[in-house]
Ligand binder design. Structure first.
Ligand code: GLC
Length: 478
């Protein structure tokens, strides 16, 4: 019998995505279907947001329309579907909740995702699509795991189903006032205790307690979240559930991110001809209005401007970095304090810095292709995908040894003339240490032949989904 896997999550590219979770749910299901060579049936359920384009809407067929219970209310729910890359995608339609400008950040997010999770449970029942594994991701999907083991456990097909819960970032837990436990989440008695943590409702905590298998997105992060330093208050819960915890590193979509074919970059290149990459830097310098001098090394940062991304370290050393006569470009939005820091940095160093305070996927690809080095000094990083994309585009990562960065990038070295590692890394959260590795990177850059050899090496590290998709199959017992 073909095993059935049903993913549940709040975003997936190309339908609706704001970050790493969207990239992963956009590419992992197809990678699993592919790795199993049709030996598994992979499906995904998402909310039907306003941002899902008309192109996809036109392909959708209607599966059912129903009214579903949200505590004491009965609400409209439409279910639509389409096929893409060997995966069946379901979309939960309710315009009050999902026809909005953004995906998240509303006063009623708790209610929106309680509705979504209830809709997932009702859809499985109505369409009779209970999988062998229900695979829920992050707090927005956490209630499906809790409901499967509690509120809906009286349904035999539901009780028979196994649940997997994946933590993409433990910082966002879905924390709510206990006053809405009954009215929104429809939990009471012992079921209510499962989701309580420190006097509040904590949906992620509930899913950690209830799931059969718990995973996170790198081995190192699986260890880190057992400690108070990383767990945002959930370390005791994680330790207690560590018997079912494992870490599986994410991959990236190797078809979508390929400098040999990427239509968004001016000049295409491969690891066999790394020197061709430099033509992208020339084009980028022209685009940014940097005068001449495209022999200068270009450092890039593409990130949400949030403190856990290690932006402080870059602010601390920015002036000293620029004394080294390099070019620096940052792309991203976020904390207004960081946004104005980088705007001012550019104003002070117009000849060397561009601060692109925006979100632009095509521009990000031109930057991956143009840059020589990619700075990512995160304070914590469950997995991180940008260091993998940078590697694929031959922009050598300079990273801090935490979470998935530690599991994917190792420090530069030389043994008997052979180059080792695939980046420059440092352990302590310190600007000095970052600058030290930047200096090591600059020494390599000055030795053109060696630098190009290292670029080739970095580009050839395999960050595709193939290895990790197999690990998920093992987890599901396929
Ligand atoms: C979150 C994490 C990031 C990870 C991504 C996908 O965005 O912060 O490190 O790569 O999820 O799992």
């Amino acid at each position: 019998m073909r095993k059935k896997i049903l993913f549940v999550g709040s975003e997936a590219a190309p339908f609706a995505a704001t970050g790493g979770l969207g990239d992963v749910l956009g590419s992992l299901p197809a990678a699993i279907a592919d790795a199993a060579q049709d030996g598994v049936d992979v499906r995904v359920i998402l909310p039907l947001y306003a941002s899902v384009s008309d192109k996809y809407r036109a392909e959708m067929r209607e599966e059912c329309v129903m009214r579903i219970p949200l505590a004491w209310r009965s609400l409209y729910c439409g279910v639509k579907s389409l096929y893409r890359d060997g995966v069946k995608w379901y979309f939960i339609d309710n315009e009050d909740y999902f026809k909005r400008e953004r995906l998240y950040g509303y006063y009623d997010d708790g209610e929106r995702f309680a509705f979504f999770c209830t809709a997932v449970m009702e859809t499985m029942q109505r369409l009779n699509i209970f999988p062998d594994y229900l695979h829920a991701n992050d707090w927005q999907a956490a209630l499906t795991v809790i409901y499967a083991k509690r509120r809906y456990a009286h349904i035999p097909a539901c009780a028979a189903m196994k649940t997997v819960f994946t933590i993409h970032n433990i910082e966002y837990q879905g924390v709510y006032d206990p006053a809405i436990l009954g009215d929104i989440f429809a939990l009471s008695g012992d079921d209510a205790l499962t989701v309580m943590q420190g006097g509040a409702i904590n949906l992620m905590k509930g899913a950690i307690e209830c799931c059969d298998l718990l995973t996170t997105v790198s081995r190192r992060y699986a260890e880190e979240i057992k400690t108070p330093e990383f767990a945002h208050g959930l370390d005791e819960v994680i330790r207690r559930n560590s018997g079912k915890l494992s870490g599986i590193l994410n991959g990236i979509d190797y078809l979508a991110y390929d400098p040999k074919t990427d239509p968004a970059i001016p000049v295409r290149y491969s690891s066999r001809l790394p020197e061709k990459k430099a033509e992208n830097k020339t084009a980028f310098f022209r685009e940014m209005g940097f005068d001449g001098g495209d022999g200068k090394p270009l450092f890039a940062m593409i990130t949400r401007l949030a403190s856990h991304k290690g932006v402080d370290l870059v602010c601390e050393i920015a002036d000293r970095l620029l004394e080294r006569d390099v070019r620096f470009a940052v792309l991203g939005t976020g904390d207004p304090g960081y946004e104005s820091f980088f705007r001012e940095l550019e104003a002070r160093h117009r000849d060397k810095v561009r601060s692109l305070i925006l979100f632009d996927r095509a521009l990000s690809r031109r930057m991956y292709a143009a840059s020589d080095f990619f700075i990512m000094p995160s304070k914590s990083e469950p997995c991180g995908l940008s260091q993998m994309i940078a590697s694929r585009y031959g922009s050598i990562p300079i990273t801090r040894e935490t979470g998935g960065l530690a599991d994917s990038i190792s420090d530069y070295g030389e043994e008997d003339g052979k180059l080792t590692g695939n980046g420059f890394t440092f352990r302590d959260y310190s600007g000095e240490k970052l600058l030290e590795r930047i200096d090591a990177a600059l020494r390599l850059y000055r030795d053109r032949e060696k630098y190009l050899r290292y670029v080739t090496r970095v580009m050839r590290i395999d960050f595709s989904w193939s290895k990790s998709a197999k690990k998920y199959l093992e987890l599901y017992g396929v």
